[in-house]
Write a protein that binds this ligand. Structure first.
Ligand code: BES
Ligand code: ZN
Ligand code: ZN
Length: 516
């Protein structure tokens, strides 16, 4: 193992990642009595203007029945994520009321996502205006709604302060809800929010602080805190073990690669899910160097590995009846003098040889080793998640991820799991006729296709070659959605979004409950 390289950064990294709110208190007192700085209520879009949603009536009563009139005068319509603030004038203990839009009522799953986004947008808006104690009185009559509101609020309160001298204090969140369903809903929301916050923190951390060794150390902390099993292979063990993909991609950097294997076990489990996340802590492209603009957000190229770590953390807390193994192949893709060259031939785990024609198609190389390695775990379901291709972004943009699979039922099951979790993942094909583009003149396979088009699909076809025989497999390409370069929206901040962690947790739950 190599000695740690001292970091020349101005501010030393803390021992923990960012401090973020991941707890929400439940309050059952009358909404007019709650000692908060603001109360959040919801309005929907009615035929003739906004309509008060459940949870808002008590506030309206305290304000003398004038709430809708005031909101209409202020221009509120109830459209999704619209936030309208008004003062309570001493008629509530809280000085401020924020009404957030939830749009038109549709079908149940879409409504839950509207609730998450509304809670997130309201908390984001208030927190950025330095409002600290926020009571949320959104519809929460059943477990699904209560969890959605709590989760949206928690996700919306996220901020990444690691590199700033002055940060706003964390908001203090209160969920105004009562009933036997609330406790479980809050526990689940807190576990999911902590997982997403961890993913966002990891993605937002600069690559000078987060490289394979320090990422593995963060995984070690999570394992120690949650009781997950953990094994870490260092660069020497990877070479000795025949992991030619991870070793080849990592060999150009002074920060050597790692492979982390996390395991969660349930006594009553009948099935095993294996999750694999691409963990390129920085993707310069290697000798097939990216453009300056093209590598600006490439600290996020470990978003898949972060999602797997976050999911395992939440799974350890929620304890579904299934065994889950999480692999994080971690490497930094740099063009050093020891870097792999275009035309190098490498031998992957399991013996397949690959001609590396483009060192920027590195994600598939680190994933392929692990897909092959997973045979030893006898997975009932194998899922990889990766910021894999620019073509994914071209095809689906920044808010929708893609899923490909070797089994249509698995692909549809992942789409359904994502929808339940509140994430947009769209089905994509793996057309057989594109496979021949990956033929190499010298090796078993080339890492890029001779065909220019459908890059997302040829990447999927490359991975498919390494899936053990008979194993049901799905591949999630999250290249676009993992990093938000634009303005915040709903519960999604700028920077790392935390995408895929919630879907992976849902997949584990769906396998546990026989749905997938
Ligand atoms: N990490 C990139 C993919 C990516 C692009 C993620 C944009 C997020 C945003 C990946 O390693 C890559 O560079 N892929 C190449 C593959 C090509 C050389 C076949 C791509 O998609 O351009
Ligand atoms: Zn690349
Ligand atoms: Zn990459």
């Amino acid at each position: 193992m190599r000695a740690d390289i001292p970091c020349a950064c101005a501010r030393a990294p803390g021992t923990r990642l960012g401090r973020v709110t991941t707890t929400i208190r439940t309050v059952t007192s009358a909404v007019s009595d709650i000692g908060a700085d603001a109360v959040v209520i919801a309005i929907s879009e009615g035929q003739d203007g906004p309509v008060l949603a459940a949870g808002a009536q008590r506030v309206d009563e305290a304000l003398g029945g004038s709430l809708l009139q005031t909101l209409t005068a202020l221009g509120a319509t109830g459209k999704p994520e619209e936030v309208t603030k008004l003062v309570s004038g001493g008629r509530l203990a809280a000085p401020l009321v924020a009404a957030v839009g939830i749009g038109r009522a549709g079908h149940a799953q879409a409504d839950l996502e509207l609730l998450r986004r509304a809670a997130g947008a309201a908390v984001r808006s208030l927190a950025s205006a330095s409002v600290r104690k926020i009571a949320i009185a959104l519809p929460a009559a059943d477990a699904g709604a209560a969890e959605a509101v709590a989760l949206g609020a928690l996700l919306g309160s996220y901020s990444f302060g690691r590199y700033r001298a002055a940060t706003l204090p964390d908001p203090e969140l209160m969920l105004v809800a009562s009933g036997p369903h609330v406790g479980g809903a809050v526990t689940s929301a807190e576990a999911l929010a902590a997982a997403v916050a961890l993913v966002r923190d990891l993605v937002n951390t600069s690559p000078s602080h987060l490289y394979p060794e320090t990422f593995a150390a963060e995984a070690g902390k999570v394992a120690a805190e949650t009781g997950l099993g953990i094994e870490v292979l260092d660069d020497a063990a990877l070479l000795a073990g025949g992991y030619g993909g991870i070793s080849g991609v990592g060999q150009g950097s002074v920060h050597p690669p790692r492979l982390v294997r996390l395991s969660y076990q349930h006594q009553a489990a009948a099935k095993t899910v294996v999750l694999v996340g691409k963990g390129i802590t920085f993707d310069s492209g290697g000798l097939s160097l990216k453009t300056p603009k093209g590598m600006q957000s490439m600290k996020s190229d470990m978003g898949g590995a972060a999602a797997v770590l976050g999911a395992l953390q939440a799974i350890a807390a929620l304890r579904p009846e299934v065994n889950v193994i999480g692999y994080l192949p971690l490497a930094e893709n740099l063009p050093g003098s020891t870097a792999q060259r275009p035309s190098d031939v490498i031998t992957m785990y399991g013996g397949t040889t690959v001609e590396v024609l483009n060192t920027d198609a590195e994600g598939r190389l680190v994933l392929a080793d692990v897909l092959a390695r997973s045979a030893a775990d006898s997975p009932d379901l194998l899922v990889d998640v990766a910021t894999l291709t620019g073509s994914q972004v071209v095809a689906l943009g920044y808010r929708v991820a893609a899923v490909m699979a070797n089994d249509d039922a698995v692909r549809d099951g992942v789409v359904a799991a994502a929808a339940r979790a509140g994430e947009a993942i769209w089905p994509m094909p793996l057309p057989e006729e594109l496979r021949k583009g990956l033929d190499s003149k010298v090796a078993d396979l080339a890492n890029v296709s001779g065909e220019r088009d459908a890059g997302m699909l040829t990447a999927g076809l490359f991975l498919k070659e390494f899936v053990p025989d008979g194993v049901r497999w799905a591949h999630l390409d999250i290249a676009g959605p993992s990093f938000n370069d634009g303005e915040p929206y709903g519960y999604t901040p700028k920077g790392g979004t935390g995408v895929a962690a919630r879907t992976l947790v849902q997949i584990a739950q769906d396998v546990a409950e026989g749905r997938l």
